[in-house]
Design a binder for this molecule. Structure first.
Ligand code: GCU
Length: 594
């Protein structure tokens, strides 16, 4: 216990303004009369019970989680909903981060120097919200990851994370043995290849006995995979699963298959096309991991139907904490409402765990935007308890982030005004970027900003924004009903019929599933075109209001963080206006031309 307090103190005994620049939600004040008890009769997990200042748990980790819960002001009993609460780092071994917006990797650099202090601080932050696993490298994995040099580094990192209850996992490149020149092929049915992976598993587990397992992106966006040898995803996943099984390791196989195999098939249909027939064919230690929506982490997508299609395969949801398509680290967008929306379609009990694509980097405030920390926080809290509300998580985070050592914010008005900004921010983002079911009209490559006219002939058409809205002078949207690509047919009832019929399809998904004349009357009485203008303007005026609220909050917040957030809000407003003006300008012109 003493060590715990000391550690926190060391972390936060910085000068006031430096502290605020670095500050995470953790605070240093644990009451000094805390009593901890181990109770072996409690349920078999890392849950805890808090009664006054007494924490009871079955495990040591439970006691640790209980301490943080006490700091949050919790009382009563709480148990983790998911066993697997895993961050996915898209960190490359050279220190760059795929879709990372908070500086370089805290884990990797070309000099192979491991920053123990930083990683321990990261581990503690994760433990404080119940995260218990982390994938250390990008899903677009380098074969080098499995060389001895790097395995030794993973061992070193695992040693830092272990006391905080965090297991390490690695993304693996399916072609590794061949790429390293150690086998002639990476065919999963080749005996030499199987032996290679078995030996590799042994080597890893000798170094890291509690290693979690592999995460695999195969045959997607150019990555190697079993299709290269005429094999299935099940052949590939099962071969790796067999290699890990003696050590109780798992294979987390991704269904994000954006692949060459489909020759023109609607991208949103590809996962179900590839995986549905494999249901029941995976080993017990294989988990299928799918993004929440069928496309790619857009500000709003309908849920991915693969979650219903696979009935016999354990599944995890992959949520993106890093805001690749939601303003990156420039926009204040609180993601809990988006994830809660997903859980209204995919019941949490359908899943065996959740993964979150991390937004953490070497930036002083860890996540680029102070409010992006809230998304890391919310991911952990929802993985522990998906029944928590977005509001409750926002309030908890705010108190711990902007409150004093006792978690008290100066005024209630401040807390409720900022909570309201957070709760409205995702819908605002949808409105100023892509309302009414629009999607993927982002600028090429970096995904920051609008490019509705995006078309490059040498690229496959499904990389081009015009493919996702198909607007002309008469209509806009993609026909994904039974008369089009029949994405609606991948959903069970009632969603299949609901989405298929333009009259019952919720307007928030309208242009996702339907091709709609600009003149169609919407629920509001406005035409589609008027509604679109209204929504874009609404998104912008929300951001104006956020800025206004932030101005009023100035006396409540230290100057450094106030200014940093304010600068970003100004940028957010500029971007929101750009989205509005570019999109309305482009769609408006199409109609004029007619
Ligand atoms: C998106 C993202 C890529 C990433 C991919 C994935 O397409 O832009 O950078 O590699 O998702 O999830 O594998």
């Amino acid at each position: 216990m003493k060590k715990f307090i000391l550690f926190l103190f060391a972390l936060f005994s910085l000068s006031a303004s430096a502290e605020d620049g670095h500050r995470l939600w953790l605070r240093s004040e644990l009451p000094n009369d805390v009593v901890e008890k181990i109770d072996p009769t409690m349920p078999d997990d890392d849950g805890y019970r808090i009664n006054g200042h007494t924490i009871t748990a079955r495990t040591k980790m439970g006691l640790l989680y209980g301490r943080y819960a006490l700091l949050r002001g919790e009382q009563g009993e709480s148990h983790p909903f998911y066993k697997l609460r895993i961050l996915n780092h898209w960190d490359n071994l050279d220190g760059s981060i795929e879709r990372g917006y908070a500086g370089k990797s805290i884990l990797w650099n070309n000099d192979l120097v491991i920053d123990h202090e930083k990683i321990a601080a990261y581990a503690e932050a994760n433990a404080s919200i119940g995260i218990n696993g982390t994938v250390l490298n990008n899903v677009n994995a380098s074969p080098k990851m499995l060389t001895r040099t790097y395995i030794n580094k993973v061992k070193e990192i695992a040693g830092i994370l272990r006391p905080w209850g965090i297991k390490v996992y690695l993304s693996v490149n399916f072609g590794t043995p061949k790429a390293l020149g150690e086998t002639k092929t990476a065919d999963p049915l080749d005996p030499q290849v199987k032996r290679w992976w078995q030996k590799k598993a042994k080597e890893i587990y000798t170094a890291i006995p509690d290693f979690g397992g592999f995460l695999v992106k195969a045959n997607s966006e150019g990555q190697p995979g079993p299709f290269d040898y005429g094999r299935t995803h099940a052949d590939g996943a099962n071969m790796l699963a067999d290699a890990l099984a003696p050590y109780k390791g798992i294979v987390i196989w991704r269904s994000f298959v954006y692949g060459a195999k489909h020759h023109g098939e609607d991208r949103v249909n590809q996962a179900v096309s590839e995986f549905a027939e494999l249901d029941g064919k995976f080993r017990e230690n294989v988990i299928l991991q799918s993004k929440n929506g069928p496309l790619d982490f857009q500000p709003r997508e309908p849920y991915a139907p693969i979650f219903d299609k696979m009935q016999k395969t354990p599944q995890m949801a992959e949520l993106q904490i890093t805001q690749e398509y939601l303003g990156q680290s420039w926009h204040l967008v609180y993601l809990a409402p988006m994830w809660k929306e997903f859980f209204t379609f995919v019941k949490p009990e359908k899943l065996v765990g959740i993964a979150g694509v991390a937004n953490i980097g070497l930036d002083k405030n860890w996540c680029g935007h102070h409010f992006s920390q809230a998304n890391w926080y919310a991911f952990g809290r929802l993985a522990w308890n998906p029944a928590l509300s977005s509001r409750q998580i926002a309030e908890e985070w705010l108190k711990q982030t902007f409150g004093n050592e006792k978690g008290i914010v100066k005024s209630r008005e401040f807390a409720s005004a900022i909570t309201s900004v957070m709760l409205r921010s995702r819908e605002a983002c949808v409105d100023y970027m892509m309302p009414l079911g629009l999607h993927h009209i982002f600028k090429f490559d970096h995904h920051m900003g609008p490019q509705p006219d995006g078309y490059i002939a040498r690229y496959p058409i499904e990389w081009c924004p015009v493919y996702y809205h198909r607007a002309n002078g008469d209509s806009i949207g993609v026909d994904r009903t039974h008369t089009g690509s029949n994405a609606t047919g991948q959903y069970p009832e009632p969603y299949c019929s609901l989405y298929d019929d333009i009259n019952t399809c919720p307007e928030r998904y309208l242009l996702w599933f339907h091709r709609v004349p600009w003149t169609r009357r919407m629920n509001s009485g406005r035409t589609l075109w008027e509604e679109m203008q209204w929504r874009y303007n609404q998104g912008v005026s929300e951001v104006e209001d956020f800025i206004h609220i932030w101005q009023e909050a100035r006396p409540e917040i230290d100057e450094q963080r106030w200014r940093e957030v304010n600068d970003r809000l100004q940028r957010q407003l500029k971007d929101a206006k750009e989205w509005r003006d570019v999109c309305l300008g482009y769609f408006g012109k199409l109609q004029e031309k007619k």
